[in-house]
Write a protein of this length. Structure first.
Length: 700
């Protein structure tokens, strides 16, 4: 009982105190008329009080409905009205955020009258709760424009851990982080993974969860052993580790890193494996769905996996059944794509108050016991010859954006609700290693809505991750011969500033504008342009703040960008920070002689190190083939490429090893001679050219 159960910043609660406080809250809820099977809303900041509230609700026999205070008021209002909670537990500081609840909902501010709850009985109430009673209701994005509440039983959560126990061996020595929002079902795994086994749960404050460097520091100081991450967040953490360690050895206590929430690009793990190896911590990929209780599959990962391009999600948790079926509910052969259907004890009860949608997605199971069900996931996958499952994406238009599941139809409905919009289609487009939402709009007659107006409209009803990064106005949507919207024919957006361009006026503004253009993938950035209106989001913001440190030698918290979202405002803040810290002016960049031994940059050093581990690999080659048709001036092409090589020393640089350490050697400028190959006598010159190009592409 005296062991620490949960902590947040400086506050700690033992298991005994957590139990007593949760019991008192449970008695208070029972006194308010809450009974088994009821729903209780929670709108709380990240804190130990949040855990007390969750446990208190469950001990009263009811189910908790998490309402993230970061959601817009209109979305919170819908969730309150849809769930019809008789009681809502909240922090007084959030009173202005909360929408007006219905007359049947009583709001209890936990921090306004704590003495009343503290006077309740500290013993656990004797409440009859069965494994089939609801434990929580988490709302996910809905294709009709309405979020839908997924009702999950107590028994579902307990069996998730008993079924996976032999793999992980969690215990009281483990330290977990509550990194994710409690309105995201990954939090269920984080909370109970710690508390069911007597471990310690570290609640990560909001700002720390948005700063990879700060979060990495927390992992070290709290000696965290079990880390759960979406792939997007983990990529940021890997980049932060580069900056934090700066060449020193890692100092982490991690035993497990568990991925979930979105598709994992295995190649992105190469830098992590290069630094940590693949023995400890162990990395595991777990595909999952809210409707099937967090996790569905398990796939341990090793160094060799980072050389592959497939998104392999492994095999089903033992008490679940996975079927890859066609539209006729027939099993697909190995290697043939089909829709993932999940059966077994992990299936949710269904959607709150939506029997027709429940019947549509939770269908009779033709391969199980009579009366059993399958959940139609809408995810496309195929079985590999070794029995593992490869994830291939969404069948419908539901996507994952930065770990959040998003129904594109919900955004389309929100846009179409505006009178100035006649038609709306939203796509998730690849942008580098990320996905960005792009809205394609056909305005009503004589209407010309601006992107700023549309963003403001959407932010009233949708979370930030569901607001598109770009808006494209079209006279009409392209159609297929069958009369459906031809999504493939929609043009790629040009994400540009919405205001008149104002050029940078100072060296700091010029550097910032260039940095934003690089990170956001836009042609140019003016000093009055706003970071988040150019497609920026919190993950890109953390990268940008990290780059500021290298550019200007200043340490700025992430919130500075939210408070100063334009180049001009941020430049002023950077200049103030440099003056405050007494930082000297950056010295001029002076070229050094090229005939000596030059040290490697951090990026070059990492690639050199990876090459020592796996000599001759072509994994980091970046190749492309370009076909030019028509008359070609060979001399002009050769001269142009030669000029590029002359100008950019990186294209003439090789690495050598001197006394066991790598150095750069920059070759002098020499005429570039292109190789000429005559393919006119081959049967298919184009195919032969691509074959030769392919051979070149894999040369180390």
């Amino acid at each position: 009982p005296e062991a620490v159960a949960v902590g947040c910043e400086e506050e700690r609660l033992s298991y005994g105190e957590l139990d007593r406080r949760a019991n008192r809250l449970a008695w208070h809820l029972i006194g308010l008329g809450v009974s088994p099977g009821d729903l209780v809303g929670l709108c709380l900041e990240r804190s130990v009080e949040m855990l007390v509230a969750i446990l208190g609700v469950l001990k009263a026999g009811s189910a908790y409905v998490p309402l993230d205070p970061a959601y817009p008021r209109e979305r919170l209002a819908f969730m309150l009205a849809d769930s019809r909670v008789p009681v809502l537990l909240a922090h007084g500081s959030l009173a202005k955020v909360l929408p007006e609840p219905g007359p049947a909902t009583r709001v209890v501010f936990l921090d306004r009258d704590p003495e009343r709850i503290a006077g309740e009985n500290a013993e656990a109430p004797a409440v009859a709760v069965s494994p089939d009673h609801p434990a929580y209701v988490i709302y996910t994005s809905g294709s009709t424009g309405r979020p839908k509440g997924v009702v999950v039983r107590h028994g579902n959560a307990v069996r998730l851990f008993t079924a996976t126990e032999p793999w992980f061996g969690f215990g009281p020595e483990d330290v977990w982080t509550l990194f994710h929002s409690y309105a995201f079902d990954f939090s269920v795994w984080e909370i109970w993974g710690a508390l069911l086994y007597g471990g310690r749960l570290v609640v990560v404050p909001w700002w720390e969860s948005r700063s990879p460097e700060a979060f990495y520091g927390l992992l070290r100081t709290e000696r965290v052993t079990v880390l759960n991450q979406t792939p997007s967040a983990f990529r940021q953490l890997t980049w932060a580790e580069d900056a934090v360690l700066a060449g020193t050895a890692p100092d982490l206590a991690l035993r497990w890193v568990i991925f979930g929430g979105e598709a994992l690009e295995l190649a992105s793990l190469a830098p992590w494996f290069a630094r940590h190896g693949d023995e400890c911590p162990r990395l595991v990929n777990m595909y999952g769905i809210t409707e099937t209780t967090v996790h569905v599959t398990y796939r341990p990962l090793g160094r060799m996996d980072a050389k592959g391009s497939r998104s392999v999600i492994g095999r089903a948790i033992p008490d679940l059944a996975l079927h890859v079926l066609d539209k006729e509910f027939q099993p697909q052969p190995v290697g043939v794509p089909g829709e993932i259907h999940v059966g077994g004890t992990g299936l949710a009860l269904g959607y709150l108050g939506r029997p027709e949608l429940t019947a549509e997605r939770f269908v009779p199971n033709p391969y199980g016991e009579p009366g059993s069900r399958l959940y139609r996931s809408g995810d496309l996958a195929r079985y590999l010859p070794d029995g593992d499952l490869e994830y291939l994406g969404r069948i419908d238009h539901q996507v994952k954006i930065r770990g959040f599941r998003v129904e594109l139809g919900e955004i389309e409905s929100a846009l179409a609700a505006r009178p100035s919009i006649r038609e709306a289609v939203v796509l998730a487009r690849e942008h580098g290693t990320e996905k960005r939402l792009v809205a394609y709009l056909v305005p009503a007659a004589d209407e010309n809505p601006s992107a700023a107006e549309l963003r403001e409209h959407l932010r009233r009803t949708l979370p930030e991750h569901m607001v598109p990064a770009a808006f494209v106005i079209l006279p009409a949507l392209p159609l297929t011969p069958n009369g459906k919207v031809d999504r493939r024919a929609l043009p790629a957006p040009e994400i540009e500033a919405e205001r008149g361009y104002v050029a940078p006026r100072t060296p700091v503004e010029e550097l910032l504008a260039g940095l934003w253009a690089e990170l956001l993938g836009v042609a140019r950035v003016g000093v009055e342009d706003r970071f988040f209106e150019l497609g920026g989001h919190s993950l890109l913001a953390t990268r940008m703040v990290s780059r500021l440190r290298g550019l200007f030698g200043v340490e700025l918290p992430l919130r500075v960008l939210f408070e100063n979202p334009t180049v001009a405002a941020l430049a002023r803040r950077v200049e103030e920070a440099r003056r405050e810290e007494g930082a000297p002016a950056a010295p001029p960049i002076v070229p050094v002689a090229r005939d000596g031994e030059l040290p490697l940059s951090f990026s070059q050093e990492r690639l050199w190190f990876l090459d020592q581990l796996d000599p001759g690999s072509a994994a980091y080659n970046m190749t492309a083939a370009v076909c030019l048709e028509g008359a070609l001036d060979e001399a002009a092409l050769e001269a142009a490429l030669g000029e590029i090589v002359r100008r950019h020393e990186a294209l003439r640089t090789t690495f050598a090893t001197v006394d066991g350490r790598p150095v750069q050697r920059i070759a002098p400028v020499a005429p570039l001679a292109l190789t000429r190959v005559d393919l006119r006598s081959t049967g298919d010159p184009r195919r032969e050219a691509l074959r030769l190009a392919g051979e070149d592409a894999v040369l180390p």
